[in-house]
Design a protein around this ligand. Structure first.
Ligand code: 5RP
Length: 225
């Protein structure tokens, strides 16, 4: 049998995540190409859930296009589960996220959920976080100050561009991507960077880590807890 493509692995975990959706409960939905597979799969059980809380404009549009109602996070209380992808995940469930620039809303919805189920293909599993450029959402007037603060830690931070100009997030802010850091203590790192002036959210998800990871591998879906 041929090895599965990365796209097929994403489909596999997107479908496997349905087992974690609680019938009768609103589900938290992340952002990205893996989550898009989950959203497609979720349409098959839309009559068994009231709807979703979404972490981005892009996911909201996809959910609504499939007839899945989307609620404002302020209208709902605690969520049973939040399903989202990751750019990197380690064996403890700590993640780097924000490759799709949706990290702040992702962290908000994750914080509302009792359980974070990460869906990822096996390329995302790492021993130590930090090889993927770390996304940080920053208020535009603070970007150069934040770039200097990362330089002092030995990192190189660059403002993310789209069509040649700084990308603007769903929240009207900018993203800096940081390379050259090895995140050996994700909990402490997240706490420190999150209190720098101008930082909206750092893309380390350690305080909002995954309780379950559904990893798409050539041998099928592996569940890491
Ligand atoms: C978006 C994210 C995504 O979860 C992350 O970038 C993974 O995306 P993909 O499933 O496309 O690889 O954090 O902000």
């Amino acid at each position: 049998m041929n090895a599965l493509t990365q796209d097929e692995l994403k489909t596999l975990v997107g479908q496997a995540a349905l087992a974690y959706v609680v019938p009768g409960e609103i589900v938290g939905v992340g952002t990205g190409s893996t989550v898009n597979k989950f959203i497609e799969a979720l349409a098959s059980m839309k009559d068994r859930i009231p709807g979703a809380v979404s972490s981005s404009v892009a996911s909201t549009e996809r959910l609504r296009a499939l007839g899945i109602p989307v609620f404002d996070a302020n209208e709902v209380g605690e969520l049973a589960v939040y399903i989202d992808g990751a750019d990197e995940i380690d064996g403890r469930g700590f993640m780097v996220k924000g490759g799709g620039a949706a990290l702040t809303r992702e962290k908000i919805v994750a914080a509302e959920a009792r359980r974070f189920v990460c869906i990822a293909d096996e390329s995302k599993l790492v021993a130590t976080l930090g090889a993927f450029p770390l996304p940080v959402e920053v208020i535009p007037m603070a970007t150069q100050r934040v770039v200097r603060q990362f330089a002092a830690l030995g990192g190189v931070a660059r403002v993310r561009l789209k069509d040649g100009v700084p990308l603007v997030t769903d929240n009207g802010q900018h993203i800096v991507d940081v390379t050259g850091l090895s995140l050996t203590d994700p909990l402490a790192f997240e706490s420190e960077v999150n209190q720098w002036p101008g930082v909206v959210t750092v893309g380390v998800f350690a305080h909002q880590k995954a309780q379950v990871c559904l990893l798409g591998t050539s041998g099928g879906v592996k569940t890491l807890k």
